[in-house]
Design a binder for this molecule. Structure first.
Ligand SMILES: [Zn+2]
Ligand SMILES: [Zn+2]
Length: 306
C-alpha cells in the first residue's frame, strides 16, 4: 500500500522564485489528503501531476496566510471542473467563516458540499477515522492557535505463517478468519487458534506534520515513533533569537525534536526567504539527527518501505 508525501511548497511567508508557501499532498492507502494550502497550491498540484479532484480531505494548520490563502482558489477550481462529491476540511475555528464569506460576497456557489471540522486552541483529538487510517491533531507552539497532525495507517491483518499453511493445508476461508485474529471451530469440529498459525502484523506507518512552531518538547508525546516527521526549520542557529521571537524553529531544534521522538526520518521546511539555500540547515540538523533532509518543491518522500 502506498504512503507518500509530495511537497508542493517548502517556503515561508515571503515569496521567492524557488519555493511556494506551505502545502503538501499525502497519499495514504488510496486516501488523498492535502495539508495546508498556501497561495498557488493549485498551480503546484497541476505542475506535479496531482489531480485536484482526487482530494478527499484538507487539513489546515493555522490561519497565517502562507498556510491557507490558496484554499478559496482551489475550491473554486474544483467547482469549475465539475466536482459534486463532498469534501471535508479540518482546521482552526474561523476558517469556515473566512471561506464561506469569500464565496458568498462574490456570489459564488459551489456544486459540492463542504464539511468543516473546527478545531479549538489546544485540541488533542482523533479528528478523522476510516477503514485504513486515522488522523490525530495536537497543539503546536506558535503566535496564533496552530494544529499539528499525525496521519497513521491502521494496523493491517496478521500475517500467515506460510510453513503452517502448507503443512496443515489450511483452506482460504480459514485463513481469512485467522488473519483477522479469530479463534473458531470449523464444520469438521477442528478448533483453530489464530496464534498458532499467524505472525504479528506489519508495524503501521505514520506521518507527523509540525508547522509552524517554536521548539517545544511537549510535541514529543504526540509524535513519538512516527515513521517520518515534518518539522519546520525556518532558521539556522545564528538566527536563533529571531526564531524564538517569531515562534519558529532552527534546523538544530527540529533535529532535536526528531531525535527525542525516535522518528525514522526528518523532513525540514518553511525556509525563510533570507537564506539563499538550505545547505547550512541540513548541516546543522545532521549534527544532531543524521537522517534529515530539507524539503524542496516537487519532491516525493515514501513513508517507510514498500
Ligand atoms: Zn508559515
Ligand atoms: Zn505561521
Amino acid at each position: 500500500m502506498t504512503f507518500s508525501v509530495t511537497i508542493l511548497g517548502s517556503g515561508s511567508a515571503v515569496p521567492t522564485p524557488d519555493r511556494f508557501p506551505t502545502s503538501q499532498f499525502v497519499s495514504c492507502n488510496s486516501r488523498n489528503i492535502l495539508i495546508d494550502c498556501g497561495e498557488g497550491t493549485q498551480f503546484q498540484m497541476r505542475r506535479y501531476g496531482i489531480k485536484i479532484q482526487s482530494l478527499q480531505l484538507i487539513l489546515i494548520s493555522h490561519l497565517h496566510g502562507d498556510h491557507f490563502f490558496g484554499l478559496v482558489g482551489l475550491l473554486s477550481t474544483m467547482h469549475l471542473l465539475g466536482r459534486n462529491s463532498g469534501l471535508t476540511i479540518i482546521g482552526p475555528t474561523g476558517l469556515e467563516q473566512i471561506i464561506r464569506s469569500q464565496l458568498e460576497i462574490g456570489y459564488s456557489k459551489l456544486d459540492f458540499d463542504i464539511t468543516f471540522v473546527a478545531l479549538k486552541k489546544g485540541d488533542v483529538a482523533c479528528v478523522f477515522e476510516d477503514k485504513v487510517l486515522e488522523i490525530h491533531t495536537f497543539p503546536l507552539n506558535h503566535k496564533v492557535p496552530t494544529h499539528g497532525y499525525l496521519i497513521k495507517e491502521k494496523q493491517g491483518d496478521l500475517k500467515m505463517n506460510k510453513e503452517k499453511v502448507i503443512e496443515f493445508e489450511i483452506p482460504l476461508s480459514v485463513i481469512h478468519q485467522l488473519k483477522a485474529g479469530n479463534d473458531f471451530l470449523d464444520d469438521n469440529g477442528k478448533f483453530w487458534k489464530y496464534k498458532e498459525f499467524t505472525l504479528p502484523a506489519k508495524k503501521s506507518r505514520s506521518y507527523a506534520f509540525c508547522s509552524d512552531t517554536k521548539f517545544d518538547e511537549r510535541l514529543i508525546e504526540n509524535i513519538e515513533g512516527a515513521t517520518v516527521l515534518y518539522h519546520e526549520a525556518t532558521f539556522i542557529e545564528k538566527d536563533k533569537n529571531r526564531a524564538n521571537k517569531t515562534f519558529h524553529s532552527t534546523a538544530k531544534e527540529a533535529a532535536e525534536i526528531a531525535k527525542k521522538s525516535k522518528v525514522q526520518q526528518l523532513i525540514m521546511g518553511h525556509l525563510s526567504a533570507r537564506y539563499k539555500n538550505d545547505v547550512e540547515h541540513v548541516y546543522e540538523a545532521k549534527q544532531v539527527f543524521e537522517n534529515s533532509i530539507y524539503a524542496s518543491d516537487g519532491i516525493t518522500i515514501e513513508v517507510g518501505n514498500q
